[in-house]
Design a protein around this ligand. Structure first.
Ligand SMILES: NC(=O)C1=CN([C@@H]2O[C@H](COP(=O)(O)OP(=O)(O)OC[C@H]3O[C@@H](n4cnc5c(N)ncnc54)[C@H](O)[C@@H]3O)[C@@H](O)[C@H]2O)C=CC1
Ligand SMILES: O=P(O)(O)OC[C@H]1O[C@](O)(CO)[C@@H](O)[C@@H]1O
Length: 410
C-alpha cells in the first residue's frame, strides 16, 4: 500500500459491467476509496444497500475479488456533484456517445471545487470503446462550459477486459483475468498511485489501433454471428464460415493498419492474432447481443468498420469481409427496428439510406455499394447456422469475395 495515496477518492461514473466489473478492480488494488455515479436508480440502490459485490473470474482457479466499502450517487443529484468535486480521480464507463451528457456535471464539480479552495484540476480518465473519447468529452466541455473546461484534464484508456453481469446476482460480475489499464500518460502526467494503471505514449494512435483491430474483429464475429443466429460469442467466432472470413480479413487489415498508423507489420499481426484467439476462447462466456448493441455508433465514420474498410481500400486491399459485416450489421439494425415496431418497420427499412446516414459516406461510395450488394446476398442466403455461405466465402480467382473485383470497383 502506498502511504502517499492513502485516503484518496476515486469516482467511477457508470456502475455497469466495465465501471463496476473492471475499473473498480483496478482501483481497489490501490488505496483509493471508490464511489459510483449512475443514471440507474436501481443500480445505485443496490450498491448502497449492499456496499460490496464480488468479481468472479472466468478462470475459476483464480479466487474471486471482493470489492468492499463502495457507495453510489444518482446522476443529476447534488450528491453526485459533491462526490465528483471531491474526487482525486474520476473515471467514466458509460459509452462514448453518452460522454457529452457529463459536461454539466463535470463543470459544476469543477466550480464547486474552486469555490471550496481546492484548485487542482479535475482529472478524468475515459474507459470507453471509441476512437477519441477524450476529444468527445473535451469538445462538449469547451462548447458548453469554456471557463470550467480550463480546469478539467481529460485522459483516455483502452479496455481489453471482457466483463459481463453475473446472472442471478444483484451486482456480481464475471470477468476476464486482465491485469492492467493502459491510459494516456501524456494527457495526465504524474504518479496516480494505482499500480494497475499503466501510462503509455502515443495513446490516441494506440487506441485507434485497438478499435480498428480488436473491436473490428469483434464486430465481424458479432454481426456475422448474429446473422447466423448465434447467441454465444465464442460459438460465433468458431463457426467455420466466420473464422474463415476472419482469416481472409487478417492480412489486408494488418497491412492497412500497419501502413496507416505506423505499426510494425509483424507486431500488428501478433496483435490481431491475440484478439482472434481471445474471442475464440469458449472459456470467456460473452454474448452476441451484448457486443452488437449500438449499431449506429459502430457504423459511424471513424468507428471499427467504416474506418478500417476505408484504410484497406486506400492501401489496395480487399475490404469485402468488412462490407459483408457492415451488411450483416444493417440486418441486425433492421431486426431491432422490426422488433421495436412489432414487425411494422420491415418495409420501411432502406439499408442504403441507413448506412449513408450513419457512416457519412455518399450512396455511390464503393463501400456503400458493396455493402448493399452483400445485404441482398445475405437476404438471399437466409439466416441460421445451416444456410450455405459458400457463395459468400469462396472468393474469386484473385481471392476477392463474391467476385466483387478490385477495390474501387463495385
Ligand atoms: N463490458 C465490456 O466487456 C466492455 C465494455 N467496454 C466499454 O465500457 C463502456 C461501458 O460499457 P459497459 O459497462 O459494458 O455498459 P453497461 O451498460 O454495463 O454500463 C454502463 C452504465 O453506465 C450508466 N450510464 C449511462 N449513461 C450515464 C450517464 N450519463 N451518467 C452516469 N451513468 C450513466 C448506465 O446506467 C450503466 O449502468 C462502454 O464504452 C463500452 O464500450 C469496453 C470493453 C469491454
Ligand atoms: O460497447 P462496445 O463497443 O460493444 O464494447 C464492448 C465490447 O468490447 C469487447 O471488449 C470486445 O468486443 C467486448 O468484450 C465488449 O462486450
Amino acid at each position: 500500500m502506498n502511504g502517499l495515496t492513502k485516503g484518496r477518492s476515486a469516482v467511477i461514473i457508470g456502475a455497469g459491467q466495465t465501471g463496476r466489473g473492471f475499473v473498480a478492480r483496478m482501483v481497489a488494488s490501490s488505496d483509493y476509496r471508490i464511489s459510483f455515479v449512475d443514471t440507474s436508480a436501481e443500480v445505485v440502490r443496490r450498491i448502497n444497500e449492499d456496499g460490496a459485490y464480488t468479481i468472479h473470474y472466468y478462470n475459476r482457479e483464480r479466487p474471486p475479488v471482493r470489492i468492499t466499502e463502495v457507495g453510489a450517487c444518482l446522476a443529476g443529484t447534488g450528491d453526485a456533484t459533491k462526490a465528483v468535486a471531491e474526487a482525486d480521480l474520476v473515471f467514466t464507463a458509460i459509452g462514448e456517445s453518452n460522454l457529452p451528457s457529463l459536461a454539466e456535471l463535470l463543470a459544476q464539480a469543477r466550480l464547486r471545487r474552486q469555490e471550496s479552495g481546492s484548485d487542482g484540476p479535475l482529472a478524468i480518465i475515459t474507459c470507453e470503446n471509441g476512437t477519441a473519447p477524450a476529444r468527445v468529452l473535451r469538445e462538449a466541455l469547451q462548447t458548453g462550459f469554456p471557463e470550467e473546461a480550463r480546469g478539467i484534464v481529460v485522459s483516455e484508456s483502452a479496455i481489453f477486459c471482457t466483463t459481463v453481469n453475473l446472472p442471478g446476482t444483484r451486482l456480481d460480475i464475471l470477468s476476464e483475468d486482465y491485469p492492467e489499464l493502459p491510459y494516456d500518460g501524456e494527457a495526465l502526467p504524474g504518479e496516480l498511485g494505482i499500480p494497475c494503471l499503466v501510462p503509455a505514449e502515443r495513446f490516441p494512435t494506440l487506441l485507434r489501433r485497438k478499435i480498428y483491430t480488436y473491436n473490428c474483429i469483434s464486430a465481424c464475429i458479432t454481426y456475422l454471428g448474429a446473422f447466423k443466429d448465434y447467441k454465444i460469442y465464442a460459438e460465433a467466432a468458431n463457426d467455420p464460415d466466420v473464422s474463415g472470413l476472419l482469416e481472409r480479413l487478417a492480412e489486408p487489415l494488418n497491412r492497412a493498419i500497419s501502413r496507416t498508423l505506423g505499426f510494425d507489420l509483424e507486431d500488428q499481426r501478433r496483435f490481431s492474432q491475440r484478439a482472434v484467439a481471445k474471442f475464440s476462447d469458449y472459456g470467456i462466456v460473452d454474448y452476441v447481443d451484448k457486443n452488437a448493441r449500438d449499431v449506429a455508433r459502430k457504423l459511424g465514420p471513424d468507428d471499427r468498420l467504416i474506418a478500417p474498410a476505408r484504410m484497406i481500400m486506400d492501401t489496395g486491399g480487399d475490404p469485402s469481409v468488412l462490407t459483408l459485416t457492415i451488411a450483416a450489421a444493417l440486418h441486425y439494425a433492421r431486426r431491432e427496428r422490426e422488433s421495436a415496431a412489432g414487425g411494422a418497420a420491415a418495409a420501411a427499412f432502406d439499408p442504403s439510406a441507413v448506412l449513408t446516414g450513419w457512416s457519412g459516406l455518399p450512396a455511390d461510395h464503393p463501400l456503400v455499394l458493396r455493402a448493399i450488394r452483400h445485404y441482398a446476398d445475405l437476404e438471399r442466403i437466409g439466416r441460421g447456422r445451416d444456410a450455405d455461405w459458400t457463395p459468400l466465402t469462396k472468393g474469386d480467382d484473385n481471392g476477392n469475395l463474391s467476385g466483387y473485383g478490385q477495390p474501387g470497383g463495385n
